[in-house]
Design a binder for this molecule. Sequence first.
Ligand code: ATP
Length: 199
Amino acid sequence: MKLESLVIDGFKSFADKTTIEFKDGMTGVVGPNGSGKSNIIEAIRWVLGEQSAKNLRGSKMPDVIFAGSTNRVSINRAEVSITFDNSDFYIQDNPEKITVTRRLFRDGNSEFMINQRQCRLKDITNLFMDTGLGKESFSIISQGRVAEIFNSKPEDRRSIIEEVAGVLKYKQEKHVAVRQLEETKGHLDRVSDIIFELK
Ligand code: ATP
């Protein structure tokens, strides 16, 4: 699954509809201080279901709507759409392209859509569960957390990398399989003992 594009319209400093296409080879976004680089990341967080205004550097959710600037009046609606290329069907039972949209009006009303069909926030959360894009995943690491990760113990850092790489799920499955093998071995030993006694 690949991040294909992001459309930001009325979100934070993006007063005008802006489309960012994540083509092959794109590795970064550069720009002067305050030009909106972090707002792009926050738009991604928000459209994927972020519910905490604090995590988006605001005090209440409508703070994400373009609040006006010296030469532009404020607007009343923020909208972000994110499109993933799912042609490898990484998210099973879903189409080759998945577009998730979130809209918020200044009066507090909000709308969520998956492929242009209205849905609940929960449907979006469920869609990305176990994909590495979930709420607590490390696919997006905020500036503050970088130092925290650098300063963490090597074992903790390793588990963060494993979670990002999707290894943790397999490690847990391996742990369950090894336990079942041990249980089975115990049962086989008991069967051997019984056979020995019956002989
Ligand atoms: P730095 O390199 O300093 O980290 P940056 O490129 O990441 O900066 P951002 O933090 O994404 O920049 O953008 C900050 C800008 O976004 C500020 O100019 C701020 O006024 C503007 N901004 C944030 N929220 C809103 C809003 N709701 N309406 C209008 N502008 C906003």
